[in-house]
Write a protein that binds this ligand. Structure first.
Ligand code: DHB
Length: 304
């Protein structure tokens, strides 16, 4: 009842974990049953290793958190050696998140992953990181760059291609349409909002980079508004992200038009939550006589 298809890929349920909040699946595998997950999006991988930003790079704020990790990761070559073997054992859909600062970085990273013997079903392309000085977000704020990057990647893979959108733009629908025209199979939205926190005693910003990405329950209404706008302007499916913390939140996102969702910040507090949400949703489906998840995607009731 909760299963659905995205392109030719079957998802056992629509609940996935967001990039950066579950590592490469291995850290929590002793305490969490990953096979209950609809999918796992791995922490961004880049063409070359990155140390990321200096600490402090995480801080808690009201109803959420700020982070400026700076895309710290081992780089795609080590990723293929060290991470793919574990990812291949996961009984769930693995989607690899790729980030970059230049078009060539994204292309080369994807090409290396295409030739690795990974069981991953697709790629989520991070064009919306707020924490790197060059590139990253630059793509996500330009329809032209988004379309050309999507096209280049589309030429090189038949796997799922998902473009992850930034809310830090004038019109998210325009960027999403550019991704659609470039050949993306879906978009995911929203990535973090630019935010800041200040320590009044030291009078210093709480993050070393001053600004960071805001996530958690505080961004849920912003995310829902963006999903609502995207659903009206797109033909391809939307993957909803932004402060989802329980089964009722998931249902709100589906009603607004998301086909699947990703849980992020809440995983730090309750790593087992994702595994428990499908059952709670089944109960809502039974109570409301819903037989197929597609019946509630975008089924928001609006006054004319
Ligand atoms: C990072 C990347 C993101 O896409 C984001 O939203 C927040 C942080 C990072 O690695 O810094």
């Amino acid at each position: 009842m909760l299963a659905l298809k995205l392109k030719d890929i079957i998802f056992k349920n629509p609940i996935m974990v967001a990039s950066g909040t579950f590592g490469y699946g291995n850290e929590a595998s002793d305490v969490v049953d990953l096979s209950k997950f609809g999918g796992i999006i791995t922490k961004s991988v880049t063409r070359y290793p990155r140390e990321g930003n200096p600490p402090p790079r995480i801080c808690e704020v009201s109803s959420g958190m700020l982070n400026s990790i700076g895309l710290a990761n081992v780089g795609v070559e080590d990723y293929v050696q060290e991470k793919i073997p574990f990812l291949n054992k996961i009984n769930s859909n693995v989607i690899i998140n790729i980030a970059g600062t230049k078009v060539e970085d994204y292309i080369e990273t994807l090409e290396i992953l295409e030739t690795a013997s990974g069981n991953h079903v697709g790629y989520e392309i991070n064009i919306s990181c707020p924490n790197v000085k060059e590139g990253g977000l630059e793509f996500g704020v330009s329809s032209k760059l988004t379309k050309s990057l999507t096209k280049e990647l589309r030429l090189r893979t038949k796997k799922l291609l998902i473009m992850k959108l930034s809310p830090n733009v004038t019109s998210i629908s325009e960027i999403a349409q550019a991704a659609q025209e470039g050949g993306a199979d879906a978009v995911s939205a929203i990535n973090t909002l630019v935010g800041m926190a200040i320590d009044i005693n030291s009078r210093k910003p709480k993050l070393s980079t001053n600004l960071g990405g805001l996530s958690g329950p505080c961004i849920k209404p912003v995310a829902l508004a963006n999903i609502f706008k995207l659903y009206k302007s797109l033909d391809i499916p939307i993957i909803g992200i932004g402060g989802i913390s329980n089964d009722r939140d998931v249902l709100e996102f589906l009603l607004a038009g998301a086909s699947l969702v990703q849980l992020g910040t809440i995983n730090y507090k309750y790593p087992n939550l994702v595994a428990s949400i499908p059952q709670a949703m089944e109960e809502y489906f039974n109570l409301n006589d819903i037989n197929d998840i597609n019946e509630i995607i975008g089924a928001l009731r609006l006054d004319d």
